[in-house]
Design a protein around this ligand. Structure first.
Ligand SMILES: Nc1ncnc2c1ncn2[C@@H]1O[C@H](COP(=O)(O)OP(=O)(O)O)[C@@H](O)[C@H]1O
Ligand SMILES: [Mg+2]
Length: 188
């Protein structure tokens, strides 16, 4: 059994759809500026850099270097605009200490030590970020759900809310821990 939140505002059925299907050949890619992560190999994996609306899940064993890599990328991208780094695992001070160790610093890099997905998505929508990092999928939570952070219901809810924000334009990098079985799926 999986717990679901009943939405208070039902999807606006009957409302005129604002989006219409478009032929693939007419989708313009001219205006798409790919943002470099500052690391060639990461750019290559992303197909040349970060595109608006990108939703990237960075999975790996605990301690493999996910937070470190994303802090480096966030600091690099913040040279060209505001970047939001949400950490639900570490405090702002811990992240600052890591940044100092990495030799990165930027007034355009904003830290939010928060796990509540409502506060996280509000911060993400509060201004036009060049990029946002959420660390991690398993520690962010919806307080409207009774199950613990990291449970199937929580992970599904958090991921879908972040995906929705990403599709509005703000590229999102989401950290996901991989368990001993090599899976990102929580034990049900
Ligand atoms: N590329 C790297 N080379 C060497 N050590 C690293 C590298 N990336 C991270 N580390 C070190 O590994 C440890 C765990 O990194 P961290 O980013 O916290 O991992 P995760 O977020 O995946 O749990 C830290 O002490 C960090 O300094
Ligand atoms: Mg980490």
């Amino acid at each position: 059994m999986v717990e679901e939140v009943v939405s208070s505002s039902p999807p606006s059925a009957g409302k005129k759809a604002s989006r219409q299907p478009v032929p693939l050949s007419q989708v313009s890619t001219d205006a798409i500026a790919r943002e470099s992560t500052g690391i060639d190999e990461v750019d290559r994996v992303l197909g040349g850099g970060i595109v608006p609306g990108a939703f990237v899940l960075l999975g790996g064993d605990p301690g493999i270097g996910k937070s470190t890599l994303l802090l480096q990328i966030a600091a690099h991208v913040s040279q060209r605009g505001p970047v939001l780094y949400v950490t639900a695992e570490e405090s702002e001070v811990q992240t600052r200490i890591r940044a100092e160790r990495l030799g990165v610093n930027s007034d355009n890099l904003y830290l939010l030590a928060e796990g509540n997905i409502q506060i996280i998505t509000e911060a993400m929508k509060s201004q036009s970020w060049l990029m946002a990092v959420v660390d991690s999928l398993q520690t962010a939570y919806n307080p409207g759900l009774e199950s613990a952070p990291g449970s199937v219901a929580q992970v599904r809810d958090v991921a879908s809310q972040l995906m929705r924000v990403a599709k509005q334009g703000c590229p999102v990098f989401l950290v996901g821990h991989v368990n001993k079985e090599g899976s990102m799926r929580p034990a049900a």
